[in-house]
Write a protein that binds this ligand. Structure first.
Ligand code: GDP
Ligand code: IMO
Ligand code: MG
Length: 423
């Protein structure tokens, strides 16, 4: 395996965690490069199910190195809780997990601001995960953020924190929210800092050395292309570059050292939170996809909005990520359907278009142009080779790859490791 970036090609929850876990077998290092604990990546091994938020999904394979890169925003309390949880389930987290000293920290005041801003937006709310991700990235860009490295110098840390809490409390008061206590946060974070110290390092230097030594590095994207701060359905997006370019900025590995980009997409589409979603199904068909696909958020438990596969989105995703290969997941969820639709273009104000509009209201007005396929109405769950899939399922997958314009490389027919087909 070469240095590979894996991204979500839709609106998140495509099954990145599962595919990363499967690919980790051939990798040496797995790296998260953006997002924070807004992510929820599910990995099923045997009868065990793990949901990872900040820790890379490579952690379940012994002997692999897992890195939280500089582009991630780290809620240290959530990270410590995740480490403790994994350890309580006998997953070794000791020497195999490192955190960039340049990563920015998420604080309780970021979560408070996240909530206040959502409330202020009313009907136009984003439907965030309320993990404080947006405000933490805003502080990073405003150059007022605190970073992991600050945890190592308690006095300086406290001084910076005191200023931030004072500033946020003014905002909190203005919106009638309860002010936060500097003393409580400071005490909590310094205690956590002592526990996280062994995990903190200069991951940029380390990663570049490992890469030069020929180690196989796998970059684990979080969220999805349509939630990217630049390429997504702004403002209904997350606050980071979820796309392949983010892997360089978020880890310090230069662009020319990346060999391959894989896009993960469901055989249909889902979205959590608000914002345009042209192929969304508001009828029984949508509920059926939600029930069969168990489409409930891995982080917030919210029901996911469900709809047909959108090839306008998948082509756009190939373009902005430079996808070489596709991993199509959850094919099995379509097993019982007599008819399956795929959106091949949009109709916008009476005109057919095959591009994603920049204006979110225009995207809202897009009506999908569908092509209909016969369902295969047979189980795909037992297939381990492409040739073992029903003929109509193969035709459907080939059509998705053709419409998308990238090579079909992986098909997932169930949540577990073995329910995977490599082409
Ligand atoms: P991620 O955020 O992209 O890692 O995806 P999530 O973990 O949030 O959501 C994907 C869900 O689908 C999880 O519950 C997975 O266990 C499950 N899953 C992944 N691949 C498959 C598949 O091929 N078939 C089925 N039925 N479930 C899958
Ligand atoms: P994974 O990595 C799906 C969505 C939220 C909301 C928007 C902004 O599991 O695919 P944020 O809290 O990031 O400011 O919320 O982005 N969102 C996700 N949707 N999967 C995710 O992560 C998501 N992370 C954030 O629902 O619409
Ligand atoms: Mg998820």
């Amino acid at each position: 395996m070469a240095t590979t970036v894996l991204v979500g090609a839709q609106w998140g929850d495509e099954g990145k965690g599962k595919i990363i876990d499967v690919l980790t077998e051939q990798a040496d290092v797995v790296v998260r490069y953006q997002g924070g604990n807004n992510a929820g990546h599910t990995v099923e091994v045997g009868t065990e199910k793990y949901v990872l938020h900040l820790v890379p999904s490579g952690i379940l394979y012994p002997g692999k190195l897992n890195i939280i890169g500089n582009g991630v925003v780290v809620d240290p309390a959530a990270l410590l809780e995740e480490i403790n949880h994994l350890q309580s389930r006998r997953i070794a987290v000791n020497g195999n997990l490192l955190v960039s000293n340049r990563a920015h920290l998420v604080f309780p005041y970021h979560r408070l601001l996240d909530s206040i801003r959502e409330e202020q937006k009313g009907k136009r709310k984003i439907g965030t995960t309320k993990r404080g991700i947006g405000p933490a990235y805003a502080d990073k860009v405003a150059r007022t953020g605190l970073r992991v490295v600050d945890l190592l110098t308690p006095e300086k840390f406290s001084e910076k924190l005191r200023r931030k809490v004072r500033e946020t409390n003014e905002i909190a008061r203005a919106f009638g929210a309860r002010p936060l206590s500097f003393k409580t946060i400071n005490g909590e974070y310094l205690a956590i800092a002592r526990k996280l110290k062994p995990f903190i390092t200069d991951t940029i230097k380390l990663l570049n050395r490992l890469e030069r030594d020929g180690k196989q590095i796998l970059f684990e994207g979080a969220q999805g292309t349509m939630l990217d701060i630049d390429f997504g359905t702004y403002p209904f997006v997350t606050s980071s570059n979820t796309t392949a370019g983010g892997a360089c900025a978020g880890t310090g590995i230069p662009p020319h050292r990346i060999d391959k980009v894989i896009g993960v997409m469901k055989a249909y589409t889902t979205r959590v939170g608000e914002g345009p979603f042209p192929t969304e199904l508001h009828d029984d068909q949508g509920s059926q996809l939600r029930e069969t696909g168990r489409e409930f958020g891995a982080t917030t438990g919210r029901p996911r909005r469900c709809g047909w596969f959108d090839a306008v989105v998948s082509r756009y995703s190939v373009m902005v990520n430079g996808l070489d290969e596709l991993a199509v997941t959850k094919l099995d969820v379509l097993d019982t359907l007599p008819k399956i639709k795929v959106c091949v273009a949009y109709k916008l104000d009476g005109k057919v278009t095959d591009t994603v509009p920049a204006d979110v209201d225009a995207m809202q007005r897009c009506v999908p142009v569908y092509q209909e396929f016969d369902g295969w109405q047979a189980s795909t769950k037992e297939a381990r080779e492409f040739s073992e899939l029903p003929k109509k399922a193969r035709a459907y997958l080939q059509k998705l790859a053709q419409l998308t314009g990238a090579k079909l490389a992986i098909v997932s027919v169930g949540a577990r490791r073995e329910e995977t087909i490599f082409l």
